[in-house]
Ligand binder design. Structure first.
Ligand code: GLN
Length: 320
């Protein structure tokens, strides 16, 4: 497909899916996120050569929120090895909301079900290399910056807003501490977790990270292997089975791309290469980032999900 055709399609699909923004609300439990403009919808696709294709609200920046969880999982596996991490967190979906306390109190699994629910993510963040919260955060953000090639910053308002209202996460962290699943004290573990959630990112950067995941940890633009094939494989499994929380099954059925959402309204998606579908666009794979801050009850962008569904259907992106 020609560049103009790709852009025309994206433009049209953003317009067609825009009304889905009315079906969701901004995340109300984090005051700074509640204030986001829920009418926004933007997308960026980055291809194998690093060229980007954008439509809608493309110059937005937003906080990573739960998208950070797949990155911290990858980072911890990269730094400490897959076995170390899988000893601390499982790779099973929960069927509960992302911040549910039920898996702990009722099922008592011994370790969090997966690293993409809050309990698993807090455990993972606390175990990042470094002795202090500052050191762990530096290692994490440097890992992300290494992938996108420039510095990032923390959204101080979102950080403060979440820190003051993180009652549920604080409760989860106490459960984790009781089960010896934290490498830090409760307040410190919360701090590193909330910091990683509050990192500010744009669509192009997020699409770049999606591209690297799609290519099994290899960055086709700089020609560097950033993390191992094995880590990328498990990351994609987690994205498919748990990345969209309790909509993961439906998302797999109708979109079929490894993806991870965040309550700020972002979604990262990793489209692996599909050599046989040469009629379609992006057969060498791509990374996709969408942003639409109106989210549904499961915490996923309403319009972003529908936009990805249309793109995947039209261009045959499903891995299934
Ligand atoms: N699903 C999400 O994006 C949740 C992340 C958010 N920081 C929280 O802990 O509640």
């Amino acid at each position: 497909m020609k560049i103009e055709e790709v852009l025309e399609c994206l433009q049209q699909w953003v317009e067609e899916n825009h009304s889905h923004t009315m079906l969701g609300e901004t995340a109300k439990y984090i005051p700074a996120l509640a204030e986001q403009d829920k009418n926004q919808l933007g997308i960026c696709i980055m291809d194998f050569d690093g060229d980007t294709y954008k439509a809608g609200d493309t110059e937005v920046t937003f906080t990573l929120q739960s998208i950070s969880k797949i990155i911290s999982f990858i980072a911890l596996c990269h730094f400490k090895g897959l076995d170390f991490v899988l000893d601390k967190v499982d790779v099973e979906p929960t069927g509960e909301s992302f911040n549910s306390i039920i898996p702990f109190e009722i099922h008592r699994p011994g370790k969090p079900f997966n690293p993409l629910i809050n309990a698993g993510a807090i455990t993972v963040s606390s175990m990042l290399p470094g002795d202090t919260v500052d050191e762990k955060y530096e290692r994490f953000i440097a890992f992300v910056e290494g992938m996108i090639g420039h510095r990032l910053h923390l959204d101080e308002d979102v950080y403060q807003s979440e820190w003051k209202t993180a009652h549920r996460n604080r409760a989860l962290a106490y459960y984790l501490k009781e089960s010896n699943l934290l490498d830090l004290d409760v307040e410190e573990a919360l701090d590193i977790y909330i910091r990683q959630c509050s990192i500010c990112i744009g669509l192009e950067d997020l699409a770049k990270i999606g591209l690297v995941i799609a290519h099994d940890g290899y960055d086709p633009i700089t020609e560097r292997q950033i993390f191992s094939n094995d880590v990328a494989r498990i990351a994609k499994v987690l994205m498919v089975t748990c990345g969209m929380y309790n909509s993961s099954g439906k998302f797999a059925a109708h979109v079929g791309i490894p993806a991870k959402s965040g309550v700020s309204g972002g979604i990262i998606a990793a489209v692996p290469p599909k050599w046989h579908s040469d009629e379609k666009a992006f057969r060498k794979g791509c990374g996709i980032a969408v942003f639409g801050p109106a989210i549904d009850a499961n915490g996923n962008s309403t319009a972003g999900t529908m936009l990805l569904r249309q793109i995947s259907t039209e261009w045959d992106f499903s891995i299934f």
